[in-house]
Ligand binder design. Structure first.
Ligand SMILES: NC(=O)c1ccc[n+]([C@@H]2O[C@H](COP(=O)([O-])OP(=O)(O)OC[C@H]3O[C@@H](n4cnc5c(N)ncnc54)[C@H](OP(=O)(O)O)[C@@H]3O)[C@@H](O)[C@H]2O)c1
Length: 420
């Protein structure tokens, strides 16, 4: 990474560095004079600082100003080398700019992660109130990061969710090189990408959570849990016979990270598993084998991405190829399924469905799918569990470490490897 050498010029310092600085500052009569560093050319090292939180789109608070110089709320007594360099001519900038550290915009306070020292970290959590988070709703202009921050960002981790506001910020970051989603699917980001940008997804982050939900929806549907819940609301002790997962055949449509995680969780349930991916390989059938495999499955679980090929893939003919009474589980994306065709099948009672994702989303009140006894709906919560945060933070940490050390970024799904 071209910018990683100039540790001293700018950047939020890591914890170890901060401790070192504090020790040094106290031994220097508590005056906190910026020390010189003896690494490479002589440059001024700014005092350690926290990142400014841009989560509320507000100006810095007095505590920010006390501690921070990020986002150009610099203390006047601190020489901001970085800003000064940026005022140089383009040629000079090209010559010296490669010695600066990159500005990154992430949704986590740096003190909550283990980060390399040589990054300039800005924080934007996306929403002021994460407890009432609706992943589809937009964020609002007042809560977006300020333009002077966006101007500097080279690596942007989009806060978790599907708000257009958060994705469209990409178009307002002229220096941006790479974008990291915290979602495994990334179709909602594609409209905002420029040709020169690299996009990394969160493959792996959602495996545990989404796979758990897929198995939960499958078991709940087969064993009649929705009927129990409805009966419980009326204090109604209503017994009945239901399907077991044991002895059934489950077809996984999509055998990537989440498909494999689902299979790992299905193993103890004494069922057979069939696998379909885009391309055939050992033990995994290709897309072309779907019609034949559909007729052998009691449960079909969709875990493929939404692409031009998969949009509307589960249409009337796909559904017609499924066995009578079979269960369709969708933890992929709503538009993979033709909603009208599915509605017709479940209204007739021939098929059952368990849907974490729908088309449209949110499913409007009064939609016929809500009222079908053979349909279980969860509101796109495959990733919304306690399993998300630690895995998302690990991914952000490891990507920033790669950025710092010059290793290739992981999970690139669009664009070139970021050059260093
Ligand atoms: N419900 C939720 O909250 C939630 C959470 C996370 C993810 N998701 C969804 O799950 C999707 C999969 O995530 P992942 O991490 O498992 O992705 P992944 O690792 O990239 O795996 C995708 C799999 O789908 C297969 N595939 C692609 N096109 C296909 C087609 N036309 N027919 C059959 N299979 C096809 C791929 O085949 P190859 O192996 O041959 O390439 C691959 O096996 C994401 O894109 C996202 O939309 C939903």
């Amino acid at each position: 990474m071209v910018l990683r050498q100039c540790h001293a010029a700018a950047g939020v310092l890591g914890q170890a560095q901060r401790r070192k600085w504090n020790k040094r500052r106290h031994s220097e009569n508590g005056r906190g004079t910026a020390p010189r560093v003896g690494r490479g050319p002589s440059v001024l090292r700014k005092p350690p600082r926290r990142a400014v939180h841009h989560d509320l789109g507000r100006g810095p608070t007095s505590s920010d100003l006390d501690l921070d110089v990020v986002g150009h709320h610099a203390r006047p007594d601190i020489f901001d080398l970085r800003t000064s360099l940026r005022r140089l001519t383009p040629l000079t900038w090209a010559l010296v700019g490669s010695r600066l550290v990159p500005d990154v915009l992430i949704p986590y306070p740096p003190e909550s992660l283990t980060l390399p020292d040589r990054l300039d970290v800005h924080v934007w959590e996306g929403r002021p109130d994460r407890s009432s988070q609706n992943l589809l709703s937009n964020i609002g202009a007042a809560d977006l990061p300020r333009p002077e921050v966006l101007d500097r960002i080279e690596f942007y981790v989009i806060p978790y969710g599907f708000a257009d506001d958060a994705s469209s910020l990409i178009t307002r970051m002229p220096r941006l090189k790479a974008v990291q989603t915290l979602t495994a699917g990334y179709e909602h980001v594609l409209p905002y990408l420029r040709d020169d940008l690299t996009l990394c997804n969160a493959r792996g982050v959602h495996d545990a959570s989404a796979a758990e939900l897929a198995v939960t929806l499958t078991l709940a549907s087969l064993r009649g849990v929705p009927a129990f819940v409805r009966a419980q609301e009326h204090g109604d002790w209503r017994q009945g016979w239901y399907d077991s997962l044991a002895d059934k055949t489950v077809l996984l449509v999509g055998y990537g990270a989440i498909g494999q995680a689902i299979e790992a969780r299905l193993r103890p349930f004494e069922c057979d598993v069939l696998r379909v991916a885009r391309s055939a390989r050992d033990g995994i059938a290709g897309f072309a084998s779907l019609p034949e495999l559909l007729g052998r499955a009691d449960v079909v679980i969709l875990t493929c991405p939404l692409t031009e090929e998969t949009r509307g893939m589960v249409d009337a003919s796909f559904l017609a190829a499924m066995r009578d009474g079979a269960l369709l589980v969708n933890v992929a994306r709503g538009p993979v399924v033709d909603t009208e065709a599915l509605t017709a099948e479940v209204v007739s009672g021939r098929l059952r469905a368990a849907l974490d994702v729908t088309d449209p989303e949110p499913l409007p009140p009064g939609h016929r799918l809500w009222a079908q006894p053979g349909v279980l709906i969860s509101p796109h919560v495959g990733g919304l569990s306690t399993a998300f945060e630690p895995r998302a933070r690990r991914l952000v940490q490891s990507q920033l470490r790669r950025l710092d050390t010059g290793e290739p970024l992981a999970n690139i799904v669009v664009g070139p490897q970021v050059s260093h």
